[in-house]
Design a protein. Structure first.
Length: 298
């Protein structure tokens, strides 16, 4: 009986610890970029959707921007093609673009279904809907990589309308150029652009790593919090490499353009979003504006 009571009290303490965060972020917009391994495992997928749904039910205004890279690669190989990447960006010919749009639409509606199963109304859209994401052709170091879009404009009206009507928007990263040609968009780029346009309080990246390390081979060099200018120094100092470099540059860009705080989280950890937002310690890396005082974890 005592053991049962202790468990109940612990649950109460968790709820009390979450209270100031719930108060602080009530009615605030949070953008969640969802992709990577957390998307390929159904149990993790459901955990993420539960987290976002809970945020909605306690008064946040979440928007999900999702990728679908691994699933797109799987379908590309099914038609006998080989996925090709240049500097982390998928080379997208006409056939690959058709496959990408099909897969992203499928993923989008799966996420909508999961949210609605939990009793929250969701609407799946792409960057093409309502002129949400305008693009032009993106080149990678001068190289033509096909139908890959560089975002030139965001019209968030459709998102504001959905939020106002109490829907949870779920956005697939495709967009149109001025000639109404469809382009695939890097999901990180899309999430950052959306977060900036809606002046999000938070932007959370669910990734396949625990967060940032000053030295990836030294687990004691984990960085739990740093300012945008310190993050910029790390990128220029050659500390950050691989796929994390464009992601970190996106994070810095978001913080310097009106997003209050950006979180890099390990999407493979169940309920990482709740742990980061509602607990004092958090579990990932938070990137904050330069004017925020306090320890940076470096």
């Amino acid at each position: 009986m005592e053991k049962d009571m202790a468990q109940v009290l612990r649950k109460a303490e968790v709820l009390i610890e979450a209270l100031p965060y719930i108060q602080k972020f009530n009615r605030k917009i949070i953008v969640v970029k969802y992709g990577g391994s957390a998307m390929s495992n159904e149990e993790l997928q459901r955990n993420v959707i539960k987290d976002v749904t809970l945020l909605k039910l306690v008064g946040f205004k979440p928007i999900i921007v999702h990728g679908g890279g691994k699933e797109i690669s799987r379908w590309v190989s099914k038609v006998g093609k080989e996925a090709e990447f240049v500097n982390g960006l998928r080379v997208t010919d006409e056939e690959t673009m058709e496959i990408a749009e099909m897969v992203l639409g499928k993923v989008n509606k799966q996420l909508v279904t999961m949210v609605q199963e939990l009793g929250v109304k969701a609407v799946g859209i792409s960057g093409k809907d309502g002129g949400l994401l305008s693009v032009e052709k993106k080149y990678s170091d001068g190289q033509d990589i096909g139908y890959v879009g560089e975002i030139t404009g965001v019209n968030p009206k459709v998102l504001y309308d959905l939020l106002e009507k109490d829907f949870l928007p779920i956005v697939a990263p495709t967009g149109l150029d001025k000639d109404f040609q469809t382009y695939n968009i890097n999901a990180d780029d899309a999430a950052c652009a959306v977060a900036r346009a809606v002046h999000a309080e938070k932007l959370a990246f669910l990734t396949d790593i625990e967060g940032l390390y000053k030295d990836i081979s030294d687990k004691s060099s984990f960085i739990s919090r740093l300012t945008a200018s310190r993050a910029r120094e790390l990128t220029k100092g050659g500390f950050i490499g691989g796929g994390m470099l464009p992601k970190l540059n996106n994070c810095i860009d978001a913080v310097q353009n009106g997003v209050n705080r950006v979180h890099i989280l390990d999407g493979r950890i169940p309920h990482c979003l709740l742990l980061e937002i509602f607990t004092k310690q958090g579990i990932g890396t938070a990137i904050v504006a330069d004017e925020e005082q306090g320890e940076e974890g470096i």
